[in-house]
Design a protein around this ligand. Structure first.
Ligand code: FUL
Length: 487
């Protein structure tokens, strides 16, 4: 009797053990960061009086009357972004020139002084509404540097800046990002002073208190972007590319003589790749304009669909995100060429991802955790990032074999870790079967939110193998895709 009970207990404990998910590893993403990772590809709109001056940085002295976009149509811009596969839009609500695109109470230098909608317009609202209507997330960028304000450099300006954020955080619905750049201080109009003003960016803005007391309270879902985080870090260049190896983990280092890392200080050599032993989950955003400049200039052309796809592979495909700058022209519309480039990128993404060849393959794993189907390989192709395949804890190396019903041709492989369990894989390799043996096709390092492997020459094979060769803990994979890039 006793023996039977013991055996039953043992069996019960084993099957219970088999339900226990693996332990997370290292720093983990917050829920708001998880939903940011899901966004992957989004846009950043620059459109202010600076557009009409054909400049990149307005001095802060432009007459508001020059801002006269007679054909402005937020839906045209949003629909072009959506056709490009973008899932979110950040609007530069105020750039360095200080002109506010919403009727702010904090300064007269705002849209109500322009002819736009007879001085009754709110461009932030129009873009926010259009984005939401078409299913894109919305975010804002309000430049801390303000070349118009007479108060810039004094504590009064910081109060005004915070009030601007408060207006943006309270009147335009939930934001997915609050974007901050590092350009700070220098020459400007400053209410007519026309001088150079320098601020100490280690102390002037007191970002800790702004982000804790305003952003986190009023917009808890908003990912705070700056060169050092908090939620998302700058990748360290404006070329739209992360390093080949990209860790979402990062420790912002304070500059010499300062006790704490502050935004606007840093262009770390580690920004493009992150730090394997970083203390925080702060993945990189790769920002790059669709054209050469962030603002529209008639003599510039958009990047070609091939260039855009290449940037997508080098950002999203390395576990980071791609933030593509969109520049409406003086009519207030994206040019036909911009629309066409975006559409070609979007078409390629849609057609390519429409057919996952792994879906009708048999995926054989070297091990499934506790022999329990809740951790089985079917989870790799169910289009649900939360479900995952994983192994027993002793499989510090593991592999998957993807057996197609017959030979298949592909040139793009997508692997996604379930980052709720941290970033785990440090090395992997891909082999294809041919001439009665495995032939190594690719060797890689980090995976993270997504790793895209684009083959120069398409492979044709009945099966492929993915080996996880270097990991401190077992692999936990969300999704696996095998595609043929299609236009
Ligand atoms: C930079 C700014 O100085 C550029 O004008 C642009 O807005 C870019 C996205 O961020 O820091």
């Amino acid at each position: 009797m006793m023996k039977k009970v013991l055996i039953l207990l043992l069996l019960a404990s084993q099957s219970l053990w088999a339900q226990v998910p693996p332990k997370p590893y290292g720093p983990l993403p917050s829920p708001r960061q998880l939903s940011w990772h899901d966004t992957e590809l989004y846009g950043l709109i620059h459109f202010t009086p600076t557009t009409y001056e054909n400049k990149e940085w307005g001095y802060g002295d432009a007459d508001p009357k020059i801002f006269n976009p007679t054909d402005f149509d937020a839906e045209q811009i949003i629909l072009a972004a959506k056709a490009g596969g973008l899932r979110g839009i950040i609007l530069v609500a105020k750039h360095h020139d200080g002109f506010a695109l919403w009727p702010t109470k904090t300064t007269d230098y705002n849209i109500s002084k322009s002819p736009f909608r007879d001085g009754k317009g709110d461009l932030v609202k129009e873009v926010a509404d259009a984005a939401r209507k078409h299913g894109l997330k919305f975010g804002v960028y309000c430049s801390p540097w303000d070349r118009n304000s007479a108060a810039y450099g004094t504590p009064a300006y910081v109060d005004m800046y915070r009030e601007q954020l408060r207006e943006l955080y309270t009147n335009y619905g939930p934001l997915f990002m609050s974007w901050h750049d590092g350009a700070n201080g220098g020459d400007g109009y400053y209410g007519g002073a026309r001088e150079k003003r320098s601020i100490d960016n280690t102390t002037y803005y007191d970002w800790d208190s702004t982000w804790t007391n305003l952003t986190r309270k009023l917009q808890p879902e908003a990912n705070i972007f700056s060169d050092i985080g908090w939620d998302v870090r700058w990748v360290g260049n404006e070329k739209g590319v992360a390093a080949e190896t990209h860790w979402a983990t990062f420790t912002p280092e304070p500059p010499k003589g300062v006790s704490k890392a502050v935004p606007g200080q840093a262009n770390y050599p580690e920004s493009p790749m992150g730090m394997r032993d970083g203390k925080y989950w702060i993945p990189a955003e790769c920002d790059v304009p669709l054209r050469k400049g962030w603002f529209y200039h008639p003599n510039e052309q958009p990047k070609s669909p091939d260039e855009l796809f290449d940037l997508y592979l080098k950002s999203v495909g390395r576990g980071a995100a791609l933030d593509l700058g969109l520049a409406p022209d003086t009519r207030g519309l994206l040019s036909d060429a911009d629309v066409a480039s975006l559409k070609a990128l979007g078409n390629r993404l849609e057609k390519t991802y429409a057919r996952n060849l792994a879906r009708d393959a048999y995926i054989r794993a070297i091990n499934v955790r506790g022999y329990n189907s809740i951790y089985g390989t079917k989870n790799l192709v169910d289009n649900n990032w939360e479900s995952y395949w994983t192994t027993d804890d002793d499989f510090k190396e593991s592999e998957l074999i993807v057996e197609f019903p017959e030979e298949r041709t592909f040139d793009l492989i997508s692997i996604q870790e379930n980052i709720k369990f941290g970033q785990r894989v440090e090395g992997f390799a891909i082999d294809v079967w041919g001439n009665d043996k495995w032939n190594e096709l690719h060797k890689g390092t980090s995976i993270g939110a997504r790793r895209l492997i684009k083959l120069d020459v398409p492979a044709t094979t009945p099966k492929l193998r993915i080996r996880f060769t270097k990991m401190p803990v077992v692999a936990v994979l969300s999704e696996l895709g095998v595609y043929k890039v299609t236009d």
